[in-house]
Write a protein that binds this ligand. Sequence first.
Ligand SMILES: O=c1ccn([C@@H]2O[C@H](COP(=O)(O)O)[C@@H](O)[C@H]2O)c(=O)[nH]1
Length: 274
Amino acid sequence: MTAAELFGQIQKKKSFLCVGLDTDIQRIPEFLKKEKDPVFEFNKRIIEATHEFAVAYKPNIAFYEAQGPKGWESLQKTLEIIPKDCFTIADAKRGDIGNTSKLYARAFFDKEASGMSFDSVTVAPYMGEDSVTPFLEFEGKWVILLALTSNKGSSDFQQILVDDDKVFQKVLKTSKNWGNTDNMMYVVGATKAEALQEIRQIVPDHFLLVPGVGAQGGSLEEVAKNGMNSQCGLLVNSSRGIIYASSGEDFAEVAALEAEKLQKEMASLLNNLL
Ligand SMILES: O=c1ccn([C@@H]2O[C@H](COP(=O)(O)O)[C@@H](O)[C@H]2O)c(=O)[nH]1
């Protein structure tokens, strides 16, 4: 999916919502646990209930890896049923020396090799250009590079000043030439919305993946005010705030209500663009 096609979906659905599939077997409603694949059944119901309000889905790979081979199977089956008009993100935070990154890229992009073909994968920038470019060699696929993350520990390294730039600013300035606006996005936490204006000075046209509304308390309004560009340029993720809004048999309906609430707010924030 190109950036223009993604913006097309945003315009169509009046939404820049990404639903996070952080599906923890320990938080799945009891009644689903009798199913052969409870994680998949949970995801299926969440996807069916929320897809009219969302333009993207982001399974966090840790939740699947932690289940061993059956977790990978649940992930693969989940990816198959995400509607084709939705952008898919493998939130795996990978990156290694070049020949290893190539294999990570194959794991998430090459269906013939791994059985999965996500649109994008999150990558850590720490090991530099040769750890990122192997992902960019896959035509039509995206790298979503960690820039300024939503957690408290982002101040440990990402916000350190080096020669007048904070490390996350250096990451943006250096990496924006590795790819282009059709194959690179950046992660910026919603809890860091005040930094979005300076980030937009460096990467005015790139899409940003913004996790941290909902359970982490980031403000959607602040994110849009500081980070939206003329093509929206934002995918805002909420995971726990949607998928665990109810722990009962009504979990999918309540998830839909939460997703719709965010979509309505997004529609009004998009009003000036559409
Ligand atoms: O800076 C970051 C990068 C990634 N994440 C991931 O996004 C979701 C957020 O989940 P919530 O339940 O909505 O808080 C989760 O998968 C994180 O690993 C992030 O939060 N911050």
